[in-house]
Design a protein around this ligand. Structure first.
Ligand code: TRP
Length: 349
């Protein structure tokens, strides 16, 4: 990737409104990982007060791999319900669906001409997702990171909360912003900062503490879903894999015990306390004693979210109205930035 040069640094010193952008794919199945690793952090940044917050359901990213149209519609609404149930206020934040703000795709088109083939080929997510049969992967999957750059930069966003796995895409976004500014001799796009989650919000499988909790794991017992009711949450936590040892009295005592570490992390994140404090409270106790406490906590925090989601899902028309309003607000920010980009590039008005 390119190094920073003086013009890039100048762009960084330009002042931009502190604005958060992040996106989640509406590809179905929201887990505790989505909640703790993304939504809960988005809610915190909304509450922070120092930022404008813009949150998006990235349906154009979802279709880079096959999506059944009916499922996509349903999953988009469910994701919207999830955002709201988790605490995103569509008045405080701009909450919308990517395809309803066409400026994302339009800026993406320009960025396809800024990004280089070589940059894209180095993306580890491309390599993982395309696998051995990359000739048969969609062109959209290859270009995914350029559209992601457009998502962020169409709002001149300055801060982007993402998981560790998106760090490389954020680097690429910065490279695109730098190259655009350089190529056209402008200080137009900000160089956005990734806001990476701490390891305590990295939620692992309940069946294997070395694997990320995933909606695509064949076993539903491996994950807590945002749509799980109280009974299911309790059952899954009860059955979660652990070891025979009691909880340690210091952090090092969790080393080499991925399942124990994971349950302690989940407790800490859900209860907004440090891992150290959880250990302080439960050291010496067996998992037989800790798990019911964790289950109570999970039910207290997650069951209201799941029931609010199902309430919202009963009125899809209301969800569509919320998204339409969000798209209108998104466009109000995005349209002038696209227009300015077109002017810079040399498109006629
Ligand atoms: N690629 C992100 C993911 O899969 C989703 C995403 C799309 C995104 N556009 C974005 C995240 C812009 C942050 C900013 O998790």
């Amino acid at each position: 990737m390119q190094g920073m040069n003086s013009r890039a640094e100048a762009a960084m010193t330009q002042t931009f409104i502190p604005r958060v952008f992040s996106g989640i794919q509406p590809s179905g199945g929201l887990t505790l990982g989505n909640y703790l690793g993304a939504m809960k952090r988005f809610v915190d940044m909304q509450a922070d007060g120092g930022f404008e917050t813009v949150y998006c359901m990235v349906d154009l990213h979802a279709i880079t791999v096959w999506q059944n149209p009916e499922d996509l519609r349903r999953n988009t609404r469910e994701l919207c319900a999830g955002f709201i149930a988790a605490g995103i206020d569509p008045e405080k934040s701009i909450l919308f669906n990517q395809s309803q703000v066409p400026e994302h795709a339009q800026l993406g088109c320009c960025f396809n001409c800024v990004a280089r083939m070589g940059w894209m080929k180095r993306m580890t997510q491309w390599k993982d997702k395309a696998g051995k049969n990359s000739e048969n992967a969609s062109l959209g999957l290859f270009g995914y990171p350029a559209l992601m750059a457009a998502d962020i930069l169409i709002y001149h966003a300055t801060h982007v909360p993402v998981g560790e796995d998106q760090k490389q895409h954020l680097e690429l976004t910065r490279d695109i912003a730098v190259k655009f500014n350089n190529d056209f001799g402008v200080d137009f796009f900000p160089i956005p900062e990734p806001v990476i989650e701490g390891s305590a919000t990295r939620v692992m499988s309940l069946r294997d503490g070395t694997k990320k909790m995933s909606k695509s794991d064949p076993s539903d017992m491996s994950r807590l879903n945002m749509t799980d009711g109280a009974e299911t949450l309790v059952k899954k936590i009860k059955k979660a894999k652990t070891d025979m040892d009691p909880l340690p009295d210091n952090l090092e005592g969790l080393d080499g015990r991925p399942e124990a570490q994971n349950l302690v992390n989940i407790y800490a994140s859900l209860n907004e306390m440090t891992v150290q404090a959880v250990i302080g409270e439960f050291s010496g106790q067996q998992f037989g004693a800790f798990k019911p406490k964790l289950a109570d906590l999970a039910v207290a925090k997650l069951a209201p979210i799941s029931s609010e989601m199902s309430r919202l899902m009963q009125d899809p028309a209301e969800i569509d109205r919320i998204l339409a309003r969000g798209a209108e607000r998104g466009r109000a920010l995005a349209a002038p930035i696209l227009q300015k980009t077109y002017d810079i590039v040399g498109m006629l008005r």
